[in-house]
Design a protein around this ligand. Sequence first.
Ligand code: UDX
Ligand code: UDX
Length: 460
Amino acid sequence: MKFKKKILCIGAGYVGGPTMAMIAYKCPDYRITVVDTNPDRIDAWNSAEFPVYEPGLDQIVKKTRGKNLFFRKDVEDQIKENDIIFVSVHTPTKTYGAGADMAADLQFVEKTARQILKYSRSSKIVIEKSTLPVKTALAMERILASGKGKITFEVLSNPEFMAEGTAMSDLENPDRVLIGSHETKSGLKARAELIELYSRWIPSEKIITSNIWSSELSKLVANAFLAQRVSSINSISALCEKTDADISEVAKAVGMDSRIGSKFLKAGIGFGGSCFKKDILNLVYLCRYYGLKDVAFYWENVVKINEYQQERFIANILNNMFGTLAGKKICILGFAFKADTGDTRESPAIYIAQKLLSEHAELTISDPKALKNAAVDLAGIKGNIKYIDDPYKAADGCHALLILTDWNLYKGLDFKKIYRSMAKPAFLFDGRNILDHKKCFKIGFNVYPIGKPALSHFKQ
Ligand code: UDX
Ligand code: UDX
C-alpha cells in the first residue's frame, strides 16, 4: 500500500507509544513507525505484553500494528525513510552538574537532534513532543542547521497533555491540541501539515496555534497549575484535621464555584508521576535563571507542600500506632502513582514504603498492575517486603492497611473479611479518601482518612 505520509516517532515510552497508536488508528492512510534506542521496549511493543498499560490501548494497537503502525529498532534507516519526525524521548531531572536536581537533562533530546541531522537525506519536519524547557527548540534548530547540505529542518512544538490511565480517551477527545511554530513561510507550512493530521478527528476549534516559545512554556505551566491545585487542597487538608472540618465537603463547596471548578481537588498523599515534580522544578530553574527569584520561590513551595503531605501521612501512622512500627506488619494497597496505570515513577508509595521500612515495619504490597515496578523501585532497600497480587492475602495478619492508590477495585473489597483476618486493633489509613469510612469504622477498624476527623475506637 502506498501511504500518504510517512511519520516517525523517536521514543516508544508512555507518551510515544499511545500517541502514535492513536494517530495510526485515526489516519489509516499514514504510515507510523515508532523507534527506540532500547531494543527491549520495541520487542515488548511487538509482543502481547506492551511496556505500558493503558485502558483501551490493547485494542487500538491490535487493530493497527503491522498495517500502518510499526515498532522497529533500525533508528538510522527510519530517520532516512520518514518525512515527519516526532521526538518523544524522556527529559529527566538532571542529577549532576549545574542545575542538578532541578533543570531538565536535555542530553537525550540533543543526541536525538544530532542523530536526525546525521542520517537525514531529505528535508524534514521535527516535532517536539516531550515536555521541554522554553527555548529548547532553539538548541534543536541550531544543531539541525549545522549540517552542510541543502536539507532543511522545521522545528515545531506540539506538547502532549494526556494523563496516564486515561491516555486513550484524552488522545481521542483532547481539550485542545497545541501547535507552536515560527511565523515564517516554512514554519506556517509545517504547521499546516500538522493541523491537517489532527483535523482527521479533532474539531478545528480545539486545534490552537501559538509561537513556539509559548507552546513550550504552556505545557510546563499547565502541569504546574494542576500540581498547584493538588498542593493547595492538600495544604487545606492539614488544617481540616486540626479543626474538624471535612476536606471533601470543603472541596465540594469550593469547587462548585464555576470560576474555580471541581477537578483536581482530591486531597491525598500527594501527587506523583513522571511529570509534575520534574516540570515544576524545571519552571523554578528557569525562573532563577532569568533572575525571577520570587516567582521561583512561589512555585517551589508547590513541591514542598507535596513532600510535607507525605511526611504528615507517615507521622500520622507512627503516632497513632503507639509510636512504633518495629516488627508490625503493614499492608500497602496500591503502589502506582494513580489508578489505571502500572507506572510508579515518583509514586508517593515509594517514599512511604521506604520510611516505613526504616521504622522496621514489615510490608506486604499489593497492586493490580504495578507490582513489577514496585519490586524494581524497592530493590536493594533493606527490610522485609512481600509482593502479593491478591489484596485479601496481602492484608492477612497485618496490623494496618494503607490505601496508597485510588484503584476502583479497593472500594469493592469485602472489608469485613479483611478485618477478620487482621491483627487487632486494626488500623486503616486511607491515603486517597476512597473508602466508606463510617462503614469501615463500624466493622471495627480505627480509620484515619486525609483531611477528615479520625474514627477511632480508642477512648481519648
Ligand atoms: C515522557 C514525556 O515524553 C515527556 O514529555 C516527559 O517530559 C517525560 O516523560 P515518557 O514517554 O513518559 O516521556 O518517557 P519514557 O516512557 O521514559 O519514554 C522515553 C523513551 O525514549 C524510552 O523508551 C527511551 O528508551 C527512549 N529514548 C531515549 C530513545 O529512543 N532515544 C534516546 O536518545 C533516549
Ligand atoms: C499529568 C497531566 O495531567 C497531563 O496533562 C500531562 O500530560 C502529564 O502529567 P499524569 O501525571 O499522568 O498527567 O496524571 P494526573 O492525573 O495529572 O495525576 C498526577 C498526580 O496527581 C497523581 O499522583 C494523582 O493521584 C494526583 N492527583 C490528581 C491528586 O492527588 N488529586 C487530584 O485531585 C488529582
